[in-house]
Write a new protein. Structure first.
Length: 134
């Protein structure tokens, strides 16, 4: 498994450009913009695992992820739309990130609710995302 974050793990992680990139990443995630969001959730999870986010940035994710998860309920998505193609992978990404966040913030009740809902999700890839430990 190659390290996809050589810059983040080096002294360069203190550079203003890196901080600006992280800030932009969080703004895009918080906006809930669906295109490419699953990949951004994965990147955010890696940053959380490596402790490259400030406490304020982590709190932003803790607040945003349940909102993204619930706004992408299957009932809210037109089955004939482009969104329908990626909604399960987006929900899976939310579950994985919530799982990572709750390991560091077990008091986050909104994440607990999200994970409880995921256990009963209609699609197995979302339910099984709880069992994946990277």
């Amino acid at each position: 498994d190659t390290d996809l974050f050589p810059i983040a793990d080096s002294a360069a992680s203190n550079l203003p450009k890196f901080a600006s990139l992280i800030a932009r990443l969080l703004v895009i995630i918080e906006s809930g913009r669906v295109v490419g969001l699953q990949q951004l959730l994965w990147v955010a999870g890696e940053l959380v695992k490596r402790k490259h986010l400030s406490e304020e940035q982590v709190v932003t994710l803790i607040e945003a992820i349940p909102s993204i998860f619930s706004s992408n309920e299957y009932l809210n998505i037109n089955p004939a739309s482009q969104e329908a193609i990626s909604v399960s992978s987006l929900r899976e990404g939310c579950v994985k990130l919530a799982n990572t966040l709750i390991s560091q913030h077990p008091e986050a009740s909104t994440l607990k609710i999200l994970l409880d809902e995921a256990r009963n999700d209609a699609l197995p890839e979302v339910r099984y995302a709880l069992d994946v430990h990277d």
